[in-house]
Design a protein around this ligand. Structure first.
Ligand SMILES: *Cc1c(COP(=O)(O)O)cnc(C)c1O
Length: 376
């Protein structure tokens, strides 16, 4: 609690200090490549076969390191430096957050240790090499199921043991307060830019804003600036894996129940004894049994609705974007495309709709899966 209280106070001071927000803005522009493109995709829109529909992609895959994760990694590492910390610890699942944190640490000259489940290290070996090239120490976690959940526990243990020198950079808008708020604030750049970009192109707000939901950081970052615009429908798409009825999925807000996970009270996938359930998704970044508390709150108020897309729908979305638009997107992100294709097929997408999709990352990491599942 002492570490969290200290972080909360430091963050509030930083947020009110223009030197901090100006430096963050400059680095986002000069080192991350923001603002990212808003890209209209007419061929994808045409394939929906609904008259007058216009679809836009927010291209977070064009940010440095290829996903939205660097927005929050950069903000949190700058905050750590301001707090006088010289060492960063982070957890990673598929390795995307670890790579973003290692990149920022290399940029700003801080020492970096990334905890990763031994099981994940085997299946995501190229990201392990990336982190090591960037100068991070990658520590294998052999406890529990040797996955993301266990890497979180090890990172927290390291942080509280070395809190004088060390800061913990969390990968999604979940975990104990103040992390869900900090990560949300740093990711809100996605929604702020998108809102202005759609207004400029269309002269009005979008009818639909759609984002995939793992822990929830790209979704809450995209949705937050639209929360007070009731005409904008906000849809979070969760991973239905092999189908929510099969038990092989990660649809936390659709199929989960409230409970405590990683220091927050939120929806989670658990058994009758409150043990965390097994999850599955073709997209490693969505394969998490929890979700951020703010997205849970927005489920209960009804402001955001949550739907699902299966592994097959995500693959179909990947094919539609590659063949149709020349974009190889991450399988996490293509859950939104798969969902949109199905929405149009069911006849539920009204003519002349303006649709904004968050393309959270690029698909280089998914090439092996694509080769297996999509063939040549
Ligand atoms: C990590 C990741 C996600 C899921 O994380 P959120 O916190 O839910 O955004 C989605 N897309 C990509 C490309 C990712 O790397």
């Amino acid at each position: 609690m002492a570490a969290l209280t200290q972080l909360d106070a430091a963050y509030r001071r930083a947020q009110a200090d223009p030197r901090f927000t100006d430096e963050l803005g400059e680095l986002l522009r000069d080192r991350v490549g923001r603002p990212t493109l808003l890209h209209r995709v007419p061929r994808l829109a045409e394939s929906l076969a609904v008259p007058g529909v216009r679809v836009y992609l927010k291209r977070e895959d064009m940010a440095h390191t290829g996903a939205h994760k660097i927005n929050s990694a950069l903000g949190q590492v700058l905050l750590a430096r301001r707090m006088g910390k010289s060492r960063i610890v982070a957890e990673t699942g598929a390795g995307q957050h670890g790579v973003a944190v290692a990149t920022v640490c290399a940029m700003l000259d801080l020492s970096c240790t990334v905890y990763m489940g031994a099981h994940d290290m085997r299946r995501q070996s190229s990201n392990v090499v990336r982190m090591q090239l960037l100068g991070a120490q990658v520590r294998a976690v052999h406890t529990g199921r040797r996955r993301l959940k266990d890497a979180v526990s090890e990172s927290v243990r390291d942080w509280v043991t070395n809190v004088d020198t060390t800061h913990y950079v969390f990968g999604t808008a979940a975990g104990p307060a103040p992390y869900p708020r900090i990560v949300r604030d740093f990711q809100t750049v996605i929604g702020n830019e998108s809102r202005a970009q759609v207004l400029k192109s269309e002269g009005r707000l979008p009818d639909y804003v759609i984002a995939c939901v793992g822990g929830g950081s790209n979704a809450i970052g995209m949705f937050h600036p639209f929360l007070d615009d009731p005409q904008v429908r906000l849809i979070g798409v969760e991973a239905a894996g092999r189908g929510t009825e099969t038990g092989w999925h990660a649809a936390t807000l659709n199929s989960g129940t409230p409970g405590e996970i990683d220091g927050a009270f939120s929806y989670m996938l658990q058994d009758e004894d409150g043990q965390i359930a097994r999850t599955h998704s073709i997209a490693a970044g969505l394969d998490y049994p929890g979700v951020g508390p703010e997205l849970s709150h927005l489920k209960e108020t009804g402001r955001v609705i949550y739907r699902t897309a299966t592994d097959d729908a995500a693959l179909r979305g990947m094919r539609a974007l590659t063949r149709g638009e020349g974009i190889i997107a991450a399988l996490e992100s293509t859950h939104t495309v798969g969902y949109l294709l199905e929405l149009a097929e069911r006849g539920e997408l009204p003519p002349d709709s303006v649709v904004l999709l968050c393309l959270s990352g690029r698909g280089d990491k998914d090439l092996d899966i694509a080769a297996q599942r999509l063939g040549s």
